[in-house]
Design a protein around this ligand. Structure first.
Ligand SMILES: *[C@@H]1O[C@H](CO)[C@@H](O)[C@H](O)[C@H]1NC(C)=O
Ligand SMILES: *[C@@H]1O[C@H](CO)[C@@H](O)[C@H](O)[C@H]1NC(C)=O
Ligand SMILES: *[C@@H]1O[C@H](CO)[C@@H](O)[C@H](O)[C@H]1NC(C)=O
Ligand SMILES: *[C@@H]1O[C@H](CO)[C@@H](O)[C@H](O)[C@H]1NC(C)=O
Ligand SMILES: *[C@@H]1O[C@H](CO)[C@@H](O)[C@H](O)[C@H]1NC(C)=O
Length: 478
């Protein structure tokens, strides 16, 4: 065979292998465009049949980072431990590229909002100037109106600045991944000479920092709630439904817990589509009845308040049994400190980017809301914060990035009225409206993975989107 054909053969087997070990990820590897790989230009780069090749193109049309991987022939790979190590590294780099894509999408979504605000601000500024010019001819009232609007928008300026910091961070990560890919490409020539340990450490460090970065970029201050979208209409007026924020993107099981009392049947659906069509996949018969509607599924377990007690239960869906239970000290229960609608909603369990939380009230804190971070394994309280917001005057509450957001009612006209940051132990009054389409909200919980609020709105299961603004200060500010 002539050399070009040999190379072609290597490429063919490589392609087959990639579909073997990465069939799941293949679609995401946008760079694996066969059309492009067959061009003479790419072929000249396909040298020895052993070792790995990484091609990282600068960006695709949407500005995302792309890595293309050509695998070595299978027999070489399975024999060579170093190749295996390298494969893992490459996989990590690809995973990081994907994560960055996700970040990009998220940031782009927020950016749309920022852009809109920016345009609005610029428009206002122009109008404002114009009015100032012919001030004398205009009514004072109009002038005043505009000035007020302008003032409202002014606080957005630092937020816009903040966004630019995030964008820079993403750019830097992209560059680092590109650099790392370049190193991996170079390895082929130095096979054996290269220090795998060092390479491994480098990938690990990048991975750690990327994870930190993602955490930070996911976190931010609640600015706006949009929607709702009605996913389904089912059940009684009161209930809960949720997905697991720690599940992988592919695993989108939905759990459904109708009514606030006298029930212990949890229904599970494999996907949102199955939930909508009513194709149940499993039911779980809990060992205890639950109280209220404020349960949460976190990392494969259901956390709920046991009926007629302030005991929190951790129930594993996979094992089908209780893994932990613990009384939440001093927490009122049995409609002593419920939300405005009652329904034994005394103890609200929730999860955010930071972990698992319980929100309740105690006599010690005069019936005001207490926030406790819980250890998800032992259910022990890690730390507590006493707020000054009376629990019985709260419609619902949810946690985003360690900040509790409280609505002032479960009825029409409700808004997010108060927030308490566990990071600074300080509160703020807020005015973030949302559309209570069906008039009675008995559950409202944030899901960090979906960046959405899951709500039970009078027998309708609805979703709201949230717009967060990232708060990033320095590299180690978390
Ligand atoms: C693959 O790349 C070629 C040229 O670079 C392009 O014309 C084609 O649309 C791409 N195909 C896919 C599926 O992206
Ligand atoms: C890459 O991501 C996939 C899916 O999220 C995961 O199964 C795999 O372990 C990750 N690989 C590495 C090396 O981190
Ligand atoms: C990537 O490599 C270029 C050139 O070698 C270097 O200037 C740059 O600092 C590197 N970037 C990162 C983030 O390591
Ligand atoms: C989720 O559960 C797995 C094991 O089931 C554990 O290794 C992991 O640390 C848990 N994650 C969190 C954030 O608790
Ligand atoms: C949330 O935003 C996503 C992406 O923009 C969109 O697809 C989805 O329909 C929105 N959901 C709601 C509840 O508005």
């Amino acid at each position: 065979m002539s050399p070009p054909l040999l190379q072609l053969g290597a490429l063919l087997s490589s392609m087959a292998m990639i579909s073997n070990w990465m069939s799941q990820m293949l679609p995401a590897l946008v760079g694996l465009n066969t059309t492009r790989l067959w061009t003479p230009d790419a072929l000249t780069q396909v040298s020895p049949k052993e070792g790995w090749q990484v091609y990282s193109s600068a960006q695709d049309p949407d500005g995302r980072c792309i890595c293309t991987v050509v695998a070595p022939e299978q027999n070489l790979c399975s024999r060579d431990a170093k190749s295996r190590q390298l494969r893992q590294l490459l996989e990590k780099v690809q995973n990081m590229s994907q994560s960055i894509e996700v970040l990009n999408l998220r940031t782009q979504r927020d950016f749309q909002y920022v852009l809109k605000m920016e345009t609005q601000m610029k428009g206002l500024k122009a109008k404002f100037r114009q009015i100032e010019d012919d001030r004398k001819t205009l009514m004072t009232k109009h002038f005043q109106d505009l000035k007020e609007k302008m003032d409202e928008l002014l606080p957005l300026i630092p937020v816009l600045e903040q966004y630019k910091t995030d964008a820079r961070l993403i750019t830097q990560f992209k560059e680092e991944i590109r650099n790392l890919s370049a190193v991996l490409t170079g390895i082929q020539e130095e096979l054996g000479a290269y220090d795998y340990e060092e390479l491994h450490l480098r990938v690990l460090s990048l991975e750690t920092r990327l994870r930190d970065c993602m955490k930070k970029l996911t976190c931010g201050k609640l600015m706006k709630i949009t929607g709702p979208i009605t996913v389904k209409t089912s059940g009684t007026r009161f209930g809960a439904w949720m997905t697991d924020p720690l599940a992988s993107e592919k695993n989108n099981r939905v759990w459904y817990m109708d009514s606030y009392t006298n029930n212990k049947i949890v229904r599970e659906y494999k996907s949102m589509a199955d939930f909508v069509s009513g194709a149940e996949s499993r039911t779980y018969n809990l060992p205890f009845k639950w109280a209220g509607t404020n349960h949460v599924v976190y990392n494969g377990s259901l956390y709920f308040n046991k009926y007629q007690s302030n005991i929190v239960i951790k129930y594993s869906f996979d094992l089908g049994r209780v893994l932990a239970q613990r009384s939440l000290e001093y927490a009122g229960f049995q409609n002593v400190y419920p939300y405005t609608w009652g329904g034994f909603s005394d103890i609200d369990l929730m999860a955010d980017e930071i972990g698992l939380w319980a929100v309740y009230a105690t006599n010690q804190n005069a019936g005001n809301i207490v926030i406790s971070q819980l250890n998800p394994d032992t259910l022990e309280v890690v730390k507590s914060w006493n707020t000054g917001y009376p629990k019985r005057s709260a419609g619902e509450s949810f946690m985003i990035c360690g900040t509790l957001y409280v609505t002032n009612s479960h009825l029409t006209g409700a808004k997010v009225y108060y927030s308490y940051s566990t990071k600074t132990s300080s509160y703020e009054y807020t005015d973030i409206p949302f559309h209570n389409q069906y008039f009675h909200i008995s559950m409202l919980d944030y899901n960090a993975r979906d960046r959405a609020l899951y709500a039970w709105n009078n027998g309708h299961q609805v979703l709201f989107n949230v717009t967060l603004f990232h708060i990033i200060k320095t590299e180690d500010d978390t």
